[in-house]
Design a protein around this ligand. Structure first.
Ligand code: NAD
Ligand code: UDP
Length: 352
C-alpha cells in the first residue's frame, strides 16, 4: 500500500516526502514541474537513501491520474499540488481556478472511483482573510481576499460537501501559516522562480548578494515595531504535521480543519535581525508603502492540532533562519546548478 503525494517535487511536498520515506512509508509522487525542478527528486533520494515512483503528470490530465491509480495500490493522498502566488492569482484568476480547483476535482473523482477516501489537503491561513483578532482559531469566519485564497476556501468547501455526501471520506484541511526554513542537509529548500514574493526567500537572496536590498512593506501596523507580523513555521515541523494528520485520516472518518503554526508572531524587522545574526550578513532594507491587500498581524492558535493530532511545532526562529541560510548559501541558484556536485561533512557543496 502506498501514499500518493501530489506536488511532491515542490517546497513543502519535498520536505514531507523526506519525512515520510524516513518513517518507512511507501510513496508515489506526481508533479508536472510547473513550479519545481526534477533535481529536487534526486535530492530526496540522496537524503533518504530510498527510492519512490514518480509520474510527470498534470492533475488536469484525468486519464494520466487514472493510470497512476491503476498502476499503484494507493491507500491515501497528500495533496500539495497547486499554484500559490497571490499576486499572480490576481492577474491570472482563470489559471488559478482551473489549476487548483479542476485539479482537485479530477483528483477526488479518481480517488472516489478507486475507493480511496483518505486525503490530507494543503490549505492556507489565507482562507481567514483579514482576521478580526489574533490568535486565529479554526472557528473564525473565512473570508479569503484574493483568487488564490479563494481557491483554497472553495476547495475546503468542496471537500466538506464531499464528506457530507459520503461519510466514508476522511479529510484533513491543513491551514499552513508561513512555512520557512529547509532540511538540515541543505539539500532541499525553497526555490522560487524569479523575484521572490515572500519575505524569507527575499531576505536570504539579499544576504547571498543576489538582491540589493529588501523593501519593508509598511511600518504603521499595530505591532511592536509597526511592521507586519506573521507566524513563521519551520517546513520540517510542517512536514511532520502531515504525518500526524495522515495517521488521523487513516484511523477516523470526517472532515476537519487544523491550523499549522507556532502560535508566535514575528515582525519583519525581527526576522531581519534574526537572519543577520545567523548569517553574519547585513540585510540592507528600506521602509516602503504597505503592499496592497496585506494584512497587519496574523498568527495561529495551534491548540486544536496539538489536542487532536498530537502535533506541535518544535523548531524556533533561529533554527528556521539557520536552515534557510544553509540552503541558500549552498544553492545560490536553487536547483538550477549543482546537479553533479557533492556535499562535504559540513554541508558545503563542492564539485566532484
Ligand atoms: P510549490 O509550488 O513549491 O509546490 C507545489 C508543487 O505542485 C510544485 O512542484 C508544482 O510543480 C506542482 N503542481 C502545481 N500544479 C500542478 C498540477 N496541475 N499538476 C501537477 N503538479 C502541479 O509550493 P509549496 O510552497 O510547496 O506549497 C504546497 C502547497 O501548500 C500548495 O498547495 C500551496 O498553495 C500550499 N501553501 C503553501 C504555503 C507557502 O507559503 N509555501 C502557505 C500555505 C499553503
Ligand atoms: N514583506 C516585506 N517585504 C517583502 C516581502 C514581504 O516587508 O519583500 C512582509 C509582508 O508585508 C508581510 C511579511 O513580510 O508582513 C510576510 O510576507 P510574506 O509574503 O512572506 O507572507 P504573507 O504576507 O503571504 O503571509
Amino acid at each position: 500500500m502506498g501514499l500518493l503525494i501530489t506536488g511532491g517535487a515542490g517546497y513543502i511536498g519535498s520536505h514531507t516526502c523526506v519525512e515520510l520515506l524516513n518513517a518507512g512509508y511507501h510513496i508515489v509522487i506526481v508533479d508536472n514541474f510547473s513550479n519545481s525542478k526534477p533535481e529536487s527528486l534526486n535530492r530526496i533520494r540522496r537524503i533518504t537513501g530510498k527510492d519512490f515512483t514518480f509520474y510527470n503528470v498534470d492533475l488536469l490530465d484525468k486519464d494520466g491520474l487514472e493510470s497512476i491509480f491503476y498502476e499503484n495500490e494507493i491507500e491515501a493522498v497528500m495533496h500539495f499540488a497547486g499554484l500559490k502566488s497571490v499576486g499572480e492569482s490576481v492577474a491570472l484568476p482563470l489559471r488559478y481556478y482551473l489549476n487548483n480547483i479542476t485539479g482537485t476535482l479530477n483528483l477526488c473523482e479518481v480517488m472516489k472511483e478507486h475507493g480511496v477516501k483518505q486525503l490530507v489537503f494543503s490549505s492556507s491561513a489565507t482562507v481567514y482573510g483579514n482576521p478580526d483578532s489574533v490568535p486565529i482559531d479554526e472557528g473564525f469566519t473565512l473570508g479569503a481576499t484574493n483568487p488564490y485564497g479563494r481557491t483554497k476556501q472553495m476547495i475546503e468547501e468542496i471537500l466538506s460537501d464531499l464528506f457530507h455526501s459520503d461519510n466514508e471520506w476522511s479529510i484533513a484541511l491543513l491551514r499552513y501559516f508561513n512555512p520557512i526554513g529547509a532540511h538540515k542537509s541543505g539539500l532541499i529548500g525553497e526555490d522560487p522562480n524569479g523575484i521572490p514574493n515572500n519575505l524569507m526567500p527575499f531576505i536570504s537572496q539579499v544576504a547571498v548578494g543576489k538582491r540589493y536590498e529588501l523593501n519593508v512593506f509598511g511600518d504603521n501596523y499595530p505591532s511592536r515595531d509597526g511592521t507586519g507580523v506573521r507566524d513563521y513555521i519551520h517546513v520540517v515541523d510542517l512536514a511532520i504535521g502531515h504525518i500526524k494528520a495522515l495517521k488521523k485520516v487513516l484511523e477516523t472518518k470526517g472532515v476537519d480543519a487544523y491550523n499549522l503554526g507556532t502560535g508566535i508572531g514575528y515582525s519583519v524587522l525581527e526576522m531581519i535581525k534574526n537572519f543577520e545574526k545567523v548569517s553574519g550578513r547585513k540585510i540592507p532594507c528600506k521602509i516602503v508603502d504597505p503592499r496592497p491587500g496585506d494584512i497587519g498581524i496574523c498568527y495561529a492558535n495551534p491548540v486544536k492540532a496539538k489536542e487532536e493530532l498530537g502535533w506541535i511545532a518544535y523548531r524556533g526562529i533561529e533554527e528556521m533562519c539557520e536552515d534557510t541560510w544553509r540552503w541558500q548559501i549552498n544553492n545560490p541558484n536553487g536547483y538550477e546548478e549543482h546537479a553533479n556536485l557533492t556535499i562535504t561533512n559540513n554541508n558545503i557543496i563542492q564539485e566532484v
